[in-house]
Write a protein that binds this ligand. Structure first.
Ligand code: FES
Length: 87
């Protein structure tokens, strides 16, 4: 068994089974398997999963869409989050 996502303990076999059952995008794999939702936020596993998805579906890497990123809507100073509530 080859582990692709170490943070969420997702194997290559689980990814291939999800693709076999209809997943066609990284977002679908993420929603189904929690792939890329660990502490590293998919830094290592999403590129590997994209290669598996492209290989198994016959798509090119350009066809495999990377997940949507969700940056903060408004920049927030870290001190504001970590500070006490008096400010
Ligand atoms: S290895 Fe997948 S989220 Fe970290």
């Amino acid at each position: 068994m080859t582990i692709i996502c170490r943070c969420e303990d997702v194997s290559e076999e689980e990814i291939m089974k999800a693709i076999e059952e209809g997943c066609r995008t990284l977002d679908e794999l993420k929603h189904r398997l929690r792939l890329g939702m660990g502490p590293c936020q998919g830094r290592t596993c999403l590129p590997l999963a994209a290669r598996i998805l492209a290989r198994e579906t016959g798509q090119t890497m350009a066809d495999v869409q990377m997940q949507t990123s969700r940056p903060p809507a408004v920049p927030v100073a870290l001190g504001l989050l970590a500070g006490d509530s008096r400010d």
